[in-house]
Design a protein around this ligand. Structure first.
Ligand code: ATP
Ligand code: MG
Length: 315
C-alpha cells in the first residue's frame, strides 16, 4: 500500500493550496447557503447512489427560524479529538421502532450522537442493537420517529425527501458491507456513476475528462489502478470494497458513513480497508462514522460509541 500513502500524502499537500480537479477533496468546509430556492418534494429514490457534486446543504425548507443557532445538548464525549462548539453532525433523542403487526419493536431509544469535523467515530454493538438503523437514520436514508438531526448547524431530519436526496448526494459518502457495486459496469464506471446521476447527461459529458481523472486518482488512492476495467464479479471482496470507497468519495463528501466496511472481508483485506479509512481521516481530514461489531476494528477510530438494545451505553 505504499503507493496509496505516497499519493495520499501528495493529495494532502495539494489540499493546502489547491482546489482544482486534482485535489481529492477540493472543497473547504462548505458554508451553508440558506438562500437557495425551494425545490419539489418527490419521493426519495433509495436506489440512487448517494453522492453528487460538492455543494452546501443550501436547502433547508422545513427549518424553524433560528435553528442554526440552537444550542445542542451535548452528547457523551469520551476520549478523542477535542469537541468544537458546533459538531459536524449532532443527533438528539433519536427514537425509532419497527412494527410487526400490532407489536412494536423499539430499535433506537433516545439516542444522542455527535461527530466533530475531522473526527473518526466508530459505533459498536452486538447484532440487532440498532447500529445499521442508526447509521441509516443519520444518513437520512430512514426517518426517526422522534428526535432531531443537525448537520453543519442545520436541522436535516425535517427536510423534504428531494432535499434529503440532494444532501446525501452532495455531503455524504456511504459504504456498505456488501459494496453495492453495479454488476454490469466497470470499476471506473462504478466510481463515476454518482456523478453521472448528479450532474445530468449534458454536464457530465462536458466534464467527463475531469471526472474520469478524479475517479482514476481515487482508484489509485485505494490501490485499484490495475482494476479500472474489471467488472465487480472479476474483483475480490477487498477490491470491491476499495472500489466502493473510491465511489463514496467521488463527490467530495464531508462525511463518510460506513456500515461494517470490513464485515465481509478476511483479516488482511479488512486491515487494508481500515488503513485506507484511517489515512483518509488523518491525511484528508475526512470525517468518518463507522459501524462495526468488531472491537478490534472499532478501537482504530478516535473514539467509540457503544449501542446496547438501541440505547447508547455510557462507558
Ligand atoms: N425493516 C425492518 N422491519 C422490522 N424490524 C427491523 C427492520 N430493520 C431492522 N429491524 C430490527 O431492528 C433491530 C436492529 O436492526 P439493525 O439492522 O439496526 O441492527 P444491527 O445492530 O445493525 O445488527 P447487525 O450487527 O446484525 O447488522 C433488529 O432487531 C432488526 O430485526
Ligand atoms: Mg447492521
Amino acid at each position: 500500500m505504499n503507493s496509496f500513502f505516497d499519493l495520499a500524502s501528495k493529495q494532502h499537500r495539494g489540499r493546502q493550496d489547491a482546489s482544482g480537479p486534482h485535489a481529492v477533496f477540493s472543497h473547504p468546509a462548505a458554508p451553508v447557503d440558506p438562500g437557495e430556492a425551494a425545490g419539489g418534494d418527490e419521493p426519495a429514490d433509495m436506489s440512487r447512489p448517494t453522492n453528487g457534486s460538492p455543494d452546501s446543504i443550501a436547502d433547508v425548507d422545513a427549518e424553524p427560524a433560528g435553528a442554526a443557532d440552537r444550542q445542542h445538548r451535548a452528547a457523551p464525549q469520551p476520549a478523542g479529538k477535542p469537541a468544537s462548539a458546533c459538531p459536524l453532525m449532532a443527533a438528539h433523542g433519536l427514537s425509532k421502532s419497527y412494527w410487526k403487526g400490532n407489536h412494536e419493536v423499539p430499535v433506537l431509544q433516545e439516542v444522542d450522537f455527535e461527530v466533530q469535523e475531522d473526527e473518526f467515530v466508530s459505533i459498536i454493538g452486538q447484532s440487532g442493537s440498532g447500529k445499521s438503523t442508526l447509521l441509516h437514520v443519520l444518513g437520512t436514508l430512514d426517518a426517526p420517529d422522534a428526535g432531531e438531526i443537525h448537520f453543519d448547524g442545520q436541522r436535516i431530519d425535517v427536510l423534504s425527501s428531494s432535499r434529503r436526496d440532494k444532501l446525501r448526494n452532495q455531503q455524504f459518502g456511504m459504504v456498505f458491507q456488501f459494496y453495492h457495486l453495479l454488476p454490469e459496469i466497470t470499476t471506473l464506471e462504478n466510481v463515476l456513476m454518482p456523478l453521472m446521476i448528479a450532474e445530468g447527461a449534458l454536464s457530465y459529458w462536458r466534464r467527463k475528462r475531469e471526472f474520469t481523472e478524479r475517479a482514476r486518482q481515487l482508484l489509485e488512492l485505494v490501490g485499484m489502478s490495475h482494476r479500472l476495467d474489471h467488472k465487480p464479479r472479476e474483483l475480490s471482496g477487498g477490491e470491491m470494497q476499495r472500489a466502493a470507497i473510491a465511489r463514496s468519495l467521488i463527490a467530495e463528501p464531508r462525511l463518510l458513513l460506513a456500515d461494517e466496511p470490513t464485515g465481509n472481508l478476511d483479516r488482511q483485506n479488512g486491515e487494508e480497508v481500515m488503513e485506507i479509512l484511517r489515512t483518509l481521516n488523518a491525511e484528508q481530514n475526512l470525517t468518518i462514522v463507522m459501524v462495526t461489531h468488531d472491537a478490534g476494528i472499532a478501537v482504530q477510530a478516535d473514539r467509540t460509541v457503544r449501542l446496547f438494545e438501541g440505547r447508547v451505553q455510557l462507558a
